[in-house]
Design a binder for this molecule. Sequence first.
Ligand code: ZN
Length: 83
Amino acid sequence: MTRPLFARRRPHTHTRPLFLCRACGAKWPCQPARLVLLHMYRDDRQGLRLHLARTMLTALADQPDSDALTLAVHFLGWLPRKN
Ligand SMILES: [Zn+2]
């Protein structure tokens, strides 16, 4: 039996402590991860903001020398402003 195409792809989740995408190697959340997150949280944008904020705090704890504002812009700055 063949698995569906999406099941064979690596998910665009992050590694630690560098928070790079396991699938594409870009800084997480990469573009595909952002699309998945927008879909997963399509009815709960506040929940998405909280999830990203928590993940950003974990990234900041893992990378204490990184710039907090740069991390905040990367993790949260791409979110749509409405709803
Ligand atoms: Zn990716």
